[in-house]
Write a protein that binds this ligand. Structure first.
Ligand code: SF4
Ligand code: SF4
Length: 120
């Protein structure tokens, strides 16, 4: 089982990031989240989502999804939050555990208001 992200549906609301932070840290600690919503400053209405997994980083952008091995991506260095000095690098975050201990299943899936994240 894994999770799939459709960036074309994403509105950048950050609910997934908050839900994951809650799962990780019993609080709305965004720096603990292994899923990160981002937008770019150059393009209007452009939303994407980064997901740190055990072996790689899933980068869901409107133009498609990429999977990159850890250590190879610019997004790791800036968490996709360009020019945001407070962002924690993806490399330092824990990998997604698919919310294995949560009775309701993956929190990000449950909390995404537009069903951009689904189980597969
Ligand atoms: S499945 Fe759970 S651990 Fe994985 S990104 Fe979603 S909320 Fe975070
Ligand atoms: S909860 Fe859904 S819409 Fe909101 S940022 Fe995450 S993927 Fe995008």
């Amino acid at each position: 089982m894994g999770i799939k992200i459709d960036a074309l549906k994403c509105t950048g609301c950050m609910a997934c990031e908050m839900a994951c932070g809650y799962h990780r840290d019993d609080g709305f600690a965004l720096l603990s989240s292994c899923i990160v919503a981002y937008r770019t400053r150059e393009k209007k209405d452009y939303f994407g989502v980064l997901l740190k997994r055990e072996e790689d980083l899933l980068i869901a952008r409107p133009e498609g999804t990429e999977i990159r091995r850890l250590g190879e991506t610019e997004e790791e260095a800036d968490s996709g939050k360009e020019q945001d000095a407070s962002a924690k690098p993806m490399l330092l975050r824990e990998a997604c555990d698919l919310c294995e201990e949560m009775e309701i299943g993956p929190m990000c899936v449950k909390f995404c208001p537009v069903n951009a994240i689904t189980e597969e």
